[in-house]
Ligand binder design. Sequence first.
Ligand SMILES: N[C@@H](CCC(=O)N[C@@H](CS)C(=O)NCC(=O)O)C(=O)O
Length: 209
Amino acid sequence: MTPTITAFERSPDGGKGLARDTRVRWALEEVGQPYKVRLVSFRAMKEPAHLALHPFGQIPTYEEGDLALFETGAIVFHIAERHAGLLPDGANARSRAITWMFAALNTVEPPILELVTAKILEGDKPWSKERLPLVKDRVRDRLMEVSSGLNAVESSSHCAKRPVNILYSGSRLWWSHIRAPVADVAGGKPAEGCVDRWGARCGARRLGR
Ligand SMILES: N[C@@H](CCC(=O)N[C@@H](CS)C(=O)NCC(=O)O)C(=O)O
């Protein structure tokens, strides 16, 4: 059955792929699963029909027969469990890849969201100028940690036998959302290390619209 996902009718980024439906599209395209997209307006997202799919009135959602899912982590994990190619076969390698998925959502994304909030929602507050550098520092520190962690993973012997992009493609796709804040934190210059290399691969990926 062809799944249907939801996405913004008018994405605030003008279609650059920064909205979270990108993660789900990526996972589906990576495994070669065709899908349909239903575009929703900001108003429709808060109406009962959409709230029945997503209790927080957000995108993306995922419908497949009588299954309806929300939360990109759960959706991508669902796809990865049903199709080969996103997660490795070996039990330990699989758990490692899932660890990085959780890390992306639970440890890396929060400070990035804080930066987005500080810039977009709080940028006009009198204290914003003082707070912003602190928030940026936290993002930079976290990204440095990610970069060291991924460099260690790439150079470790258990990865040498397998292309890292396959081993980690289930988690790699999360980094698509890191590139913009990285460029921002680094003053527009590319960041060093894995984060930027992976971000570049993510950014270069074509997504069907
Ligand atoms: N934790 C959720 C976050 C979903 C989310 O924040 N979606 C954004 C678009 S990227 C949204 O719908 N924002 C509109 C709103 O919250 O009203 C996930 O990963 O799926």
